[in-house]
Design a protein around this ligand. Structure first.
Ligand SMILES: [Zn+2]
Length: 244
């Protein structure tokens, strides 16, 4: 892509004083891993690719199912049965040929090597969330973690393995809740998952460009039924297994 086209494509971000040309260069040089190519990871990935994040890796071993289409708006009926990671990666490449997108269609493990700047957790199980938090702690990669069930959305920004900078996911959730339920049993509003996904992209862009106050150590909740939300400060837990 010519530098003229690049300026034209990103004009609306360049106009913002918090991003501008230097922010655009930081995004182009950034590497982000997104685990979960579903309702949260999909919208997040679309916004990050459109913003020009230079290297995006999508990690998901699942295939597109008819019941996904109510909220996973990155997929179409023609994608049913296809691998989510590969389908989403192809979608991102069609949006922005200027970036490098890698699809990994296998399960994420705590031993998975994580490089880069930020990992986005868009998974829906505590097992996966703990595995991502552990891998992020080992690699010293910042973590943006989101969740949605029913009408509720939530999102936190963490610095796993770096308690001097901020908490990890396990500092917030030391043990899985006794009655952990996911959206397959509780239902979830598609638009709420989209909000969390877009918000994960927003916090990732803020981490990468340094725009606004540091989001690390903040946790937000949102109730889609009443339109209200809360913001909480999270501190590193001195007893945390991962941080200590
Ligand atoms: Zn911790």
């Amino acid at each position: 892509m010519s530098s003229f086209d690049r300026l034209e494509r990103h004009k609306r971000h360049i106009l913002l004083k918090e991003i501008g040309g230097p922010g655009l260069a930081k995004l182009a040089g950034a590497k982000v891993t997104i685990v979960g190519a579903g309702a949260l990871g999909g919208p997040c990935a679309l916004y990050l690719a459109a913003a020009g994040v230079g290297q995006i890796t999508i990690h998901d071993d699942d295939r597109v199912d008819l019941s996904n289409l109510q909220r996973q708006v990155q997929f179409t009926e023609a994608d049913i049965g296809a691998l989510k990671a590969e389908t989403l990666a192809a979608r991102l490449r069609r949006n922005n040929s200027d970036i490098q997108v890698t699809a990994i269609a296998s399960r994420f493990h705590a031993e998975t090597d994580l490089g880069g700047d930020v990992v986005v957790d868009g998974t829906d199980s505590f097992e996966a969330r703990y595995a991502i938090n552990e891998a992020a702690a080992r690699a010293r990669v910042r973590l943006v973690s989101g969740a949605a069930t029913g009408w509720q959305g939530q999102l936190g920004v963490f610095a796993p393995g770096q308690p001097e900078i901020g908490p990890c996911y396990r500092c917030l959730v030391p043990e899985p809740p006794a009655q952990a339920e996911d959206c397959s049993t509780l239902g979830v509003v598609g638009a709420v998952t989209g909000m969390v996904g877009a918000r994960m992209a927003l916090e990732t862009l803020r981490l990468l460009t340094g725009a606004g106050p540091d989001p690390i150590g903040w946790f937000w909740t949102f109730d889609g039924l009443t339109g209200t939300g809360r913001r909480l400060r999270i501190h590193p837990d001195p007893e945390c297994d991962v941080c200590s």
